[in-house]
Every structure is written in C-alpha cells, then in structure tokens.
Ligand binder design. Structure first.
Ligand SMILES: Cc1cc2nc3c(=O)[nH]c(=O)nc-3n(C[C@H](O)[C@H](O)[C@H](O)COP(=O)(O)OP(=O)(O)OC[C@H]3O[C@@H](n4cnc5c(N)ncnc54)[C@H](O)[C@@H]3O)c2cc1C
Length: 414
C-alpha cells in the first residue's frame, strides 16, 4: 500500500517535497493556508528568481565546519541536481557571470508554473485556504483542519519563517513545530537593510555606490562584503549590507553595539586616497572645492563630505590644508554607520533562527519524532544572497520528500 505524506506549506520547499514524495510513490497532500501556493517564489530575485548558484558550498551558509548538516544536505542534493530537476520539468536556465542561475525567461512565474505542472503530473492533491487547527501524533499523524482531518504516515513541515508575512510565512509553522516537541531558536530578520544613526543621510539618500561594508560588533570585526551599497534616508541597504546583516541582526537582539564601516575606495589605502584627492585639488587649484572634486566623486558625496568636514563647496580647492584632505580621505575610506535596528520582517528576505539543526537528522527527520520532517526556512539556516536560500529550500524539500515517501525503513531497503 502507498504511504501517505502530508506537507504543511506550499512554498519552494513544500512544493519540492510534494513532487519528490509523489515521484517516489507516495500518496501526497499539500496543505497551504493562503489562497495560492508559491507566492514568495514570485517575488524572488526581483521577479526573476535566482534559484541557485554554481558556486555552492557550506561557506555560503556561514558555516566553516566539515560534516555539518548543511554539508550533508548539499551532498545529497546540490545545485547540479536542482538544475537537472528543473531541466526535467522542462525549464531552460541561464547562468550569469557571477554564477547565479535564473530561468531563461527571467521570470519567477516560470519557476512556479513548471512546479505547478510538476505537482499536477505527479498527482499531488493541493488544498489551499486551509487552516490547520492541530496536529496529533498518533500512529502516524493526524492533521486537523477547518476542512476535515488528514491522516499521514509522514508529515513534512514546510511553513517558512516570518519574512514577508503577506506571502503566508507568518511564523505559525514555528508554533506547530513547538507543539510537536521541537526546540525553536529565537528568530530574527536576516538579509535586510540597516537603520542607522548618522547625520546628513537625507543628502546621500538615493545614492548607489560601489564599495565595501564591514561589520563590527562591540568593536570587533565580524564580516565584510563588497558591491553596490545603497544609501537611503534611513541608513544603508544593497547586497553587501544584506550579506552582513544576519550577525548584525542577532547582535542587536542581544543589545550589542553594531557598526558598519563603509569604504568607498576598497582597492586603495587611506593614504593613496588622500594623495589622489590632493592631486585633484591641486590640479584644479583655481576652482572651488565642489568644481575641483567633480569627476572624483558623485556631486552628492562632495556636498556630503564637504558638510561633514566643514569644507565649504565654494572654498578655494588649492588652499585646502593637507590635514583637511587627510580627514576627507579617512571619511571616504571608513565612514562609520552606527546601526540602531535592522529592517524587520516586512522587508527582510530570510528569517534566521527557527528549528534548531540538532533537532533533525541528515534526512531532515526529527531526531525524537519518527516520521516528522522539517524543511526550508523553518530550519535555523541562513544562506547568502545569490540563490542559496532557494537551493536550501529545494534541497531539504527534495530529501525529506524522498525519505518521507518510503519511510526510513523503506529507504534503507531501496
Ligand atoms: C523579496 C524576496 C526575494 C528573495 N529572493 C531570493 C532569491 O532570488 N534567491 C534565493 O535563493 N532566495 C530568495 N529569497 C528567499 C527565499 O524566497 C526563501 O528562503 C524561500 O522561499 C523559503 O522557502 P520555504 O518553502 O521554506 O518558505 P516559504 O517560501 O515562505 O513558504 C512557506 C509556505 O508555507 C505556508 N504556510 C505557512 N504557515 C502555514 C500554516 N500554518 N499552514 C499552512 N500553510 C502555511 C505559507 O503560506 C507559504 O506558502 C527571497 C525572499 C524574499 C522575501
């Protein structure tokens, strides 16, 4: 007789788990409390869906240890397996110079549509607009909903975290997991912008500048990333800021001092920047500070640094003292942004915290609750921007789906 698998949550991880379980021969029911499945997928990669990355490894998940759960998951189902899976679903893909993988249509809807077709072809029963009242652990599981009860031999929790709750990931999965006896690490917003206290942010709001953002927690260097930094009227954003945000978010929650140093010239030393600026100011020595620095920096930066350092924009460029130029170079290479908060769940891409990794085995099965699996963002894993979070959702979904479909005893017989 077919085993029955019930999956709670129709996001990337739940849909993948459903297809994998059905293809492995199970009778699969997917329960989603929104009116549609896969809403978040449509938002990913600015509507293009960056589904994975060819540069895959545990370091993309902030892990240096060999033999970690993340490593074991990727060993079982990595970026090549994912691309093969989507290829078999009939989706063509393209790879950018940075190794990011997108559907060739550059439309996230394509990813969702081929997954929906996969669900249909695998005979998965999808039930939307369904509210889960309670899950009872009996012989297997009894999922009690406002549309009746569902019995399952295996239960896969795929409810996501709390980011963008309007897509359905509202943290209710953590409540279900906790009631079933799993330990939940306190959650926090990750891959998000930072609200900073620094004068003059309105002047530079809207600027996007290549640079390096370095995170310091209680004065100690923690992480850095390079790329296009976005300056806003509340603080800083952009991919480099997102990449260093998980430890910042965690540290703020613990009441620690969090600062970000922004370097607009990461390939030069402060001294080199000072010499270059001095050369420029002397070369156009007859002109004003503003005119002389045109071409060296964006006009908004000239205004900003001028105000910060008391350099009037009409001051004669040739007569600016050397120590002022040095202070100017220091600012350009190490602007300090004290961080007050990170942008919360309505804005962040991923949720940190969640079901502790020691709660599940390498098949994503709860160590103490046979037949229960936890996948995707519900687990305490945060990948970098660049396709790593969807890879995690798809990898864990696939593995749990395959194992849940046959049961662990069945799997060992295969
Ligand atoms: C704006 C944005 C852009 C992103 N871009 C990328 C990107 O380009 N590449 C990348 O790798 N990652 C990206 N991410 C992250 C990625 O989308 C997520 O990590 C991934 O979708 C998580 O998948 P999941 O299945 O675990 O959870 P989710 O996608 O959150 O799905 C969870 C599902 O479970 C349902 N659910 C929740 N609770 C219940 C319940 N109690 N009962 C029934 N159903 C429930 C929800 O409605 C939802 O459908 C982005 C995220 C955001 C917000």
């Amino acid at each position: 007789m077919k085993r029955s698998v019930c999956i709670v949550g129709g996001g990337a991880s739940g849909i993948m788990a459903a297809i994998a379980a059905a293809q492995a021969g199970a009778h699969v029911t997917l329960l989603e409390h929104q009116d549609r499945i896969g809403k978040k997928i449509l938002m990913t990669g600015n509507g293009k869906c960056n589904l994975t990355n060819l540069q895959m490894g545990v370091s993309a998940y902030g892990i240096s240890r060999e033999g970690s759960l993340v490593g074991k998951v990727l060993e079982q189902f990595d970026q090549n397996d994912l691309m093969k899976f989507f290829g078999e679903l009939g989706m063509r893909m393209m790879v950018t110079r940075e190794s990011y993988v997108y559907p060739e249509t550059e439309a996230a809807a394509t990813v969702l549509n081929v997954l929906r077709r996969g669900l249909k072809q695998s005979d998965v029963s999808c039930k939307t607009d369904i509210y889960i009242k309670e899950i009872k652990k009996e012989k297997g599981f009894l999922v009690c909903t406002d549309h009746g009860d569902f019995h399952a031999d295996s239960l896969i929790l795929a409810c996501g975290g709390r980011s963008f709750p309007k897509t359905g990931s509202d943290g209710s999965g953590f409540v279900l997991a906790k009631k079933l006896g799993l330990r939940i690490e306190k959650d926090y917003p990750a891959l998000t912008a930072m609200i900073c206290k620094r004068e003059g942010l309105k002047v530079i709001g809207g600027l996007r500048t290549e640079g390096e953002a370095s995170l310091y927690i209680d004065g100690h260097f923690e992480a850095s990333d390079r790329g296009q930094i976005q300056f806003t009227d509340y603080g800083i954003s952009g991919i480099p800021v997102f990449q260093i945000s998980p430890p910042a978010s965690k540290a703020l929650r613990e009441g620690k001092d969090v600062r970000v140093n922004v370097n607009l010239f990461p390939d030069m030393t402060e001294r080199e920047v000072a010499l270059e600026a001095e050369k420029q100011l002397h070369h156009f020595g007859e002109l004003s500070f503003e005119d002389a620095m045109t071409g060296f920096l964006h006009k908004k930066w000239i205004d900003y640094f001028g105000k910060q350092l008391g350099l009037h924009k009409y001051a004669n460029a040739g007569s600016i003292p050397r120590e002022r130029i040095r202070a100017f170079a220091k600012e350009m290479t190490a602007m300090i942004f004290p961080v007050e908060q990170v942008k919360g769940y309505d804005f962040c891409q991923v949720t940190g915290g969640g079901v502790g990794l020691d709660q599940v085995d390498s098949h994503l099965q709860a160590v103490k609750i046979p037949g229960l699996y936890v996948v995707g963002e519900m687990l305490d894993v945060v990948g970098k921007c660049g396709g790593y979070n969807l890879q995690w959702a798809f990898s864990t979904g696939y593995i749990a789906g395959c194992h849940g479909a046959v049961g662990e005893e069945g799997f060992s017989r295969l």
